[in-house]
Design a protein. Sequence first.
Length: 245
Amino acid sequence: MSSEEKSNGNDQSNECSSNYEDISYQVYPDRTGKVTSTNWAENYVKVRCQSKIGKAIESSPLVKLLMSALKSKGCEIDLNRHIVCENCSEDVTGGYDTSANQIVVCQNRVYTQQMTQAVIGHELIHMFDYCRAKMDFTNLEHIACSEIRAANLVHCSMVSSMFIGTTKPWNIASTHRECVKAKALASLMAVRKNFPITEAMAVVDKVFDRCYADLEPIGRRIRLNSNHIKWAYRERFHYDYDSMF
């Protein structure tokens, strides 16, 4: 996050309501400490989720690159501490809890290896932003910027933009930007349900250009079914990103 964005931290119009933690607990109920898993089926789901996380860390160039970048910034990942599987509400598939410095993979919402890798990659961008710039995740501009970056670097491609309806015959040239805006807005609204959508759109639009242009730490926009992420991973040493293994 740039210093320009951080300077907006005292703007009350951009801050979330005082029930920020209550909202987080609604989305991630296990965070309250009151939910316990005693059902064998839930335990199986957790173990399966943890197995998918392990596989993602071992085999995904995107995940390995982001973890290497975090390490280079002094925020090395402890797999037993920083990535956890928990139950979540139906609105989300994962999250980043800044208070605990933990990535949450929603074990009841993430069903495939591909989804697991996408969720971890998305949340690692948030963790990287927090590590790099000490973002204020109660500030809507900061949240929107990180969501834009995560959508830009991890999620959006021609295929995904067609799927969510942002590709039209008249906007092919800008389809990636529209996909990023739509994904960032959806992510913002998923955890800020009572925030007016028109105001959320205004926040996304306000920070979009500078956050869309920020490609750190990957250095390029990843396209589906391309070698872009493999190239980025091979080039990591140019940016002092060490191999994790």
